[in-house]
Design a protein around this ligand. Structure first.
Ligand code: SF4
Length: 422
């Protein structure tokens, strides 16, 4: 048994608490289990227990075996002097305080319902993608959906921690921070890092000075991406390279290494060259995207803002010097929705929080409710289990549940796990 399961049983009193006695035979009654301590020190603070008609207020420490008290070094630690009860599965050695007094001990052996131990073992050791698969759909709808609501907020708050760091790096310049996160998410998983490096090496204020000229914006973007070095056959990359040489001197710029960009196993429509051309088109359209987003009330306007077309050269190319059939290269809806979910919604949510704008936080959540769910293996697993995400709000919560709880076996901290282990 793990100590965490013992904590759970104690916290929620999921053991037979009738006719309790200390291991020395004194009658014992629990008035308050105490508050779980997640930092250093005893496991539960401010507990109240009656031992032999005396009420004791203090801390509770739990171990699987009582001898762990010594193994964990508590005997010499004054932080444990105020422990009024030692709760163990098995008392294999009496424990005394520094002054020699014995610490009252409650043994839970024989008091834990067998079915709870069996379920806990199943959750802990089950090899299925979702360990509670056999139980999940039996959990009442209201518990599942309230939990998903909480998880969605937890996920957004985690994302906003990253945004807060970016914001600090940009001296709280929201537009510059948005530009950096947008760039990162433009690269999806494969090219996220080079895109972020690009945004850091190409400050937004430099782009802003040339935003009205798409060719110059492309020269800055492709030049700083390190993709204009080389002998080109086509006139267009030659012209971009000439323009970039001039801009590079003007702003004292240093380009990235071209090798950072990954093309392997990507469909041509996802090549970084195409994404960079789309990114440049977006910057040409506006370098104040976040301010515009703040003014928008519905997703249709947002989609319209991002509906930009690349320059003519890219209509017939996926890479420099490699002509292809003419195809529009607007941002696809799936890609756009990912940008909304991973960039715009968390940014709006964080901005709303920092500026006491509940309306913006509400809008961010509403947009998630109106966006379709992503498609990926995690959501397939949930769907196979019968929990299909209806929108991005639910899909984000389910992804968070799987990656931050199920995969880490945090069933004892999960509302579903708690409900199963009733
Ligand atoms: S973390 Fe929750 S949802 Fe995931 S397997 Fe455990 S109990 Fe089930």
């Amino acid at each position: 048994m793990h100590e965490s399961f013992l904590h759970f049983l104690w916290q929620w009193r999921r053991f037979d608490a009738r006719d309790l006695r200390s291991t020395e035979g004194q009658p014992l009654r629990i008035e308050r289990q105490g508050i779980k301590n997640t930092h250093a020190g005893p496991d539960f603070f401010n507990a109240q227990v009656w031992i032999d008609n005396t009420r004791w207020a203090g801390n509770v420490e739990l171990h699987v075996r009582s001898s762990e008290w010594h193994a964990h070094g508590h005997s010499d630690d004054p932080a444990y002097d105020n422990v009024v009860l030692h709760v163990v599965l098995d008392e294999d050695r009496p424990v005394v305080r520094q002054n020699g007094e014995r610490i009252p001990c409650l043994e839970l052996k024989g008091r834990i319902p067998e079915h709870l131990t069996l379920i806990w073992q199943q959750l802990e050791y089950e090899r299925q993608q979702i360990p509670c698969a056999d139980f999940f759909l039996k959990i009442p709808h209201i518990i599942r959906f309230n939990w998903l609501d909480r998880l969605l907020i937890e996920r957004l708050e985690q994302k906003t921690l990253v945004i807060a760091q970016i914001l600090e790096r940009h001296q709280r310049h929201w537009e510059a921070a948005f530009y950096e996160l947008l760039a990162r998410n433009f690269g999806l998983k494969v090219n996220a890092e080079p895109f972020e490096t690009l945004a850091r090496q190409l400050p937004l204020n430099i782009v802003a000075r040339h935003k009205n000229n798409l060719m110059q914006v492309e020269a800055l973007v492709f030049g700083q991406a390190g993709l204009l070095d080389g002998e080109w056959a086509d006139e267009y990359p030659k012209a971009l390279a000439r323009e970039y040489r001039h801009l590079r001197r003007k702003f004292n710029l240093t380009p990235m290494e071209a090798a950072q960009w990954k093309f392997l196993r990507l469909r041509p429509a996802n090549f970084p060259t195409v994404r960079l051309a789309q990114f440049a088109a977006l910057l040409h359209c506006s370098v104040n995207l976040f301010s515009k987003i703040l003014e928008m009330n519905n997703l249709r306007d947002l989609e319209h803002l991002f509906d930009v077309e690349v320059s003519d050269y890219w209509l017939t190319h996926f890479r420099f010097d490699k002509a292809s059939v003419k195809r529009p290269k607007r941002l696809g809806r799936d890609f756009l929705h990912l940008l909304f979910i991973n960039t715009i919604v968390p940014f709006l949510f964080h901005y709303g929080k920092e500026n006491a704008r509940d309306d913006l936080q509400k809008r961010a959540l509403e947009w998630l409710e109106h966006l379709p769910p992503e498609t990926n293996a995690i959501l397939d697993d949930w769907a196979n289990l019968g929990q299909t995400a209806r929108n991005a709000y639910q899909s984000q919560a389910l992804i968070h549940l799987k990656t931050h709880y199920c995969d880490q076996r945090r069933c004892l901290e999960c509302a579903i796990g708690n409900s199963i282990l009733k």
